[in-house]
Design a binder for this molecule. Structure first.
Ligand code: UD1
Length: 344
């Protein structure tokens, strides 16, 4: 029998790609999502890509009883991947309580329900934002946690602590915390990708919307940083590669291979790319010229961060594989497909 995995936020950007990879690996997936930042038709697209329709329940993880019904209805859930969260950095500064409530209470509800229903482990979506501006690069998992720049970032730090404390208190669960660097790109089918709500805040969705003419110009936030070309440097990780990191984490939990009850992994490529290099890489990979201008720095931006992914490479047996060219082409194909579908 297939092992059953619950994926919260499974119709979202990273969630939807992960559901497909879990299905490809032979898992039975149940999605819980409140559709606050995604659409129910993502379930159709997942089915089209994988050939398997995942179970879907429109439930908010803040709703303890609603969530408990899911555990009852789908007996035997073995592990959870918890993506469901609010993720806009700017909005979190304006509405901190929304972020603390959504992101903290959802996790608390899940952690309370897991032992009651015999769920063995959880994979949690964390972020390289917990490192702030690291003192040494590439950054390892041992680097100190820096004071968060935003309530959003703080929820990631607090959630990591909540998981550590819960496991330390004797809860019969294990956890893998994945610290993502900058996920970009889309599924090669162009049926799954990132669908931002309103004006995109992140670089690649803004870039592809500019390339297709929805936005007039991409603003590059600063070219006077202490980096070779003056723009910020990030570790851009393909979303399908990232999705696969979740599958190997789930397998590790279910096969009881963990060295510690809570393990932490950086999920990145190990290569830093500047914002300007990314823009030029996009132009080269797609043949599309981008209208961009250099503007002032964005408050709160980290200057440079990229991963040392060796622990994930060695321990999880996971490695980023998809090239940046293919990744940028996939983001562009997704944007073209959205236009074809009349969505954006
Ligand atoms: C941010 C968050 C991170 C979160 C991620 C996803 C911080 C410090 N990090 O990452 O925790 O997980 O968003 O929501 O807040 N840029 C432009 N023009 C644009 C947009 C972005 O030049 O229109 C630049 C930014 O200045 C930055 C780089 O592109 O240097 C990447 O920005 P972005 O995609 O927003 O991601 P992060 O800020 O790295």
């Amino acid at each position: 029998m297939k092992e059953r995995i619950l994926v919260t936020g499974g119709t979202g950007y990273i969630g939807s790609h992960t559901v497909v990879e879990l299905q490809n690996a032979g898992y039975d997936v149940v999605i819980v999502d409140n559709l606050s930042n995604s659409h129910a038709d993502v379930v159709d697209n997942i089915e089209q890509v994988s050939g398997i329709r995942p179970a879907f329940e429109k439930v908010d993880c803040l709703d303890f009883q609603g969530l408990e019904e899911v555990f009852k209805k789908y007996a035997g859930i073995k592990a959870i991947i918890h993506f469901a969260a609010s993720k806009a950095v700017g909005e979190s500064v304006e509405k901190p309580l929304k972020y603390y409530r959504n992101n903290l209470v959802s996790l608390i509800n899940i952690l309370e329900l897991m032992p009651r229903y015999g769920v063995e482990g959880i994979v949690f979506s964390s972020s390289c934002t917990v490192y702030g501006q690291p003192d040494t690069l590439p950054v390892t998992e041992e680097a100190p946690i820096k004071k968060a720049e935003s309530p959003y970032g703080n929820t990631k730090q607090i959630n990591e602590e909540i998981i550590h404390d819960t496991v330390a208190s004797g809860s019969p669960i294990t956890a893998i915390l994945l610290r993502y660097f900058n996920p970009i790109g889309a599924h090669s089918s162009a049926l799954l990708g990132e669908l931002p709500n309103g004006v995109p805040q992140n670089l690649v969705p803004y870039l592809t919307q500019t390339a297709i003419g929805i936005r007039e110009k991409l603003s590059v936030f600063g070219d006077d940083y202490d980096t070779p070309d003056g723009s910020c440097i990030r570790d851009f990780i393909n979303v399908v590669d990232l999705a696969k990191a979740h599958v190997v984490s789930i397998r590790r939990i279910l096969e009881h291979k963990q060295d510690e009850k809570v393990e932490v992994f950086n999920i990145g490529t190990g290569r830093g790319l500047s914002v300007l290099e990314l823009i030029h890489g996009f132009e080269k990979a797609t043949g599309v010229k981008l209208n961009y201008q250099i503007v002032g720095r964005r408050p709160g931006d980290i200057v440079k961060v990229w991963a040392n992914p060796e622990r994930a490479n060695k321990v999880l047996g996971w490695k980023a594989e998809i090239s940046i060219e293919d990744t940028l082409r996939s983001a562009w194909n997704w944007q073209l497909k959205l236009r074809e579908r009349g969505i954006q």
